[in-house]
Design a protein around this ligand. Sequence first.
Ligand code: ATP
Length: 347
Amino acid sequence: MDSSSPPPPALSLPRRQREKVLVIMGATGCGKSKLSVDLATSCGVEAEIINSDKMQVYKGLDIATNKITIPERKGVRHHLLGDLDPADGELTAAEFRDAAGAAVSDIASRGKLPVVVGGSNSFIYSLLVDRFHPGSLRYDCCFLWIDVAFPVLCDYLCRRVDEMVETGMMEEMAEFYSSESWAGRVGLLKTIGVPELEWYYKMGNFESNKNNRKMIVNGGDEEGGGGWDTVRRSVYEDAVRKIKENTCRLAERQVGKIVRLKSGGWDLHRVDATDVFRERLRAADEAAAEAAAEEEEMEVVMAAAAECGSGGARRKSRKKRRRQWAEVWEKEVMDPSVKIVKRFLEE
Ligand code: ATP
């Protein structure tokens, strides 16, 4: 090279900008899905949601795994939600990293905000950490952690189990267990409700055979006073009790893992949703008291006339109750979350 010629320009590659990713964390039942859709429809940016719940990635058991329904999605696109066949085996954390990582790149490349939502902390961790420097993050992340005081959350989760039963979880499970190949749907076998109800449904199959029925009921004496139904009823009640216990235990474990990530340096913004859940529980109590009163009313001779008058009032109070907890949700959860997300997007 001629010594008089200018030195070549320093090689300056543009620093690859890390994608912005919003991550919504929290225990099962704390309102992550609702918050994600509410934010996706009110933060002034288009967003798409990537599910990070271990059980919700599979097709099936929508009620037991508590998947967000189509109307609740309000048109926001969801990824990795109910897409996989549970018979193909369990999705590993490394596979989740690849699939969810591809979804992040795809969403960001279309100029939208990827929002990761779900309770599996090992999936979230696997997706977000840098492969070579596990202390640092692969994306520019904003973390929202919805927290609910544990006794309040646990109370709510137990009622949610009752609601799931009322809205078809048992029918869904019956269908699951009636399939010859249920044991091969490995991805779903750890879903809370599946192991707990296995014996109950096995008894159901047993029941269809009269000889088996005789064998179990009172040592073969079927005339012994409805023994089979009593046995099956107690197996059912025991299963529902275990589902409640295991759901609360899952919530406790999930919060423990989140707290560890926070103490390990992840910058989690904690949003306290306890008052929302207190309000929801109060509303549920009121609704239950009203339903009981309604039943009593139905028994009086002039039920029809009374129904006309009080039905309207009840509808009104139901609406009022919904409005009340929605107001607390806006004030305690949405407003602070919107502020945090807007600040993050402006950075
Ligand atoms: P681990 O590393 O222990 O697997 P994780 O955070 O990756 O923890 P979790 O999402 O806490 O995984 O799930 C642990 C277990 O909780 C599941 O194997 C399942 O039994 C139950 N579980 C998790 N999500 C659901 C769900 N949506 N519905 C029902 N059960 C669930």
